[in-house]
Ligand binder design. Sequence first.
Ligand SMILES: [Fe+2]
Length: 433
Amino acid sequence: MTATRTPHAASLPPLPHWESPPADLKAAIRQIKAALRTRIAASGRSVEDVFAVIEARVRTQVNEIAAARSRRETIWPVIDYVDIAAGTVRASELAKLRRRGCLVVRGQFPRERALAWDAGIVDYVDSNRFFENYRGPGDDFFGSVGSKPEIYPIYWSPAQMQARQSDEMATVQGFLNHLWQYESDGVRWFDPNRDSLYPDRIRRRPAGATSQGLGTHLDPGTLDLWMTKAYQQAFRHLFDGTIESYDPWDSSYRTTASQYPGSTMCSAFRTFQGWTALSDMDHDQGVLHTVPIPEAMGYLMLRPLLADVPDEDMCGVTTNQVFPASEEWHSLPLQALSGIPDVKAGDSVWWHCDMIHSVAPVRNQRGWGNVIYIPAAPWCPRNQAYAHSVREAFVTGSSPADFPAEHYERDWPNRFRFDDLNSTGRHGLGIDP
Ligand SMILES: [Fe+2]
């Protein structure tokens, strides 16, 4: 690439942007796609040329993963918690983590502690007659089988809060956050050492369960990823002829962006999504899979601009539904879809926030499949803003604003108490500055 082929971004034609969902989605898709093509062309490169660069990067990794699989290697990086805590993770392990963008942390919590949390959750919901009062799914995000839920819309159990504010969680979140570039252009985009305690739900899937799983998708946003100014800046290298500089670990502009409202939105910026296992789970029992290639996001973002995609189609992405990854448009990265290895209660599982993921189907599941969802959502303007409503929800036992307004826990006397917050918890909720 020569300088003449990449004029300064400021000299390129600007992009239209919509800070709230456009009224006419199809018209807006047509308009943004034309503008993105024009902008890329003005950089002196064609859309096809730019896409070929990212496609080659993804293909290299797809081939690498296929080769590793044929050697029967574990695709997911696995690191012992004790090494993270002691700062003794080997450089080769760190390199693999950065390349794959996902991780199993072995023994983040002692197994007995995780199993006690699981039992504590059972006691928490039973003592409050949750199953007798359960009104059915508040949204269709996960679907449902029968009347007893697998996803519990429960946020404030002692177990969840103890895990969220634990030293072990802070240690792993800080370790993962440091994979990201969090300072550029004189801006500190987030604080890697302070988490905002993003409250999410619980999954308890019983032995014998049969589940369809969840299809391949990603969670960072929908049309907003192409259409809001902050995301256009975050993905600037994809759109201004400097694709070689695209770095999936660069957080610039992302921590001030926001998603369009909708039932699938996440208000927080998460460096990693994650969960902590509260039961043992074998790798073939309906577990999480990812496409462990962080750069695949560049592929997903540019794919709709190719000539074979209808002008009004963003490869199936629309508002109010998760971003789908499909064989029709994304068959190359999907070849690398890889499941987690066996995990034990107390292990944790993490994946880069832009990563394609799915949950495999299972028939007549062996053993339980129990997790508490706890991501890494470091302190930043976006997460600070959301922390205000989280604090209110915590104090009143309400469902957090990102989730259906079910509010089961408001009258539950044994939820986690304000006085039980430690320093991490107080900082995470923004109680202490
Ligand atoms: Fe997801």
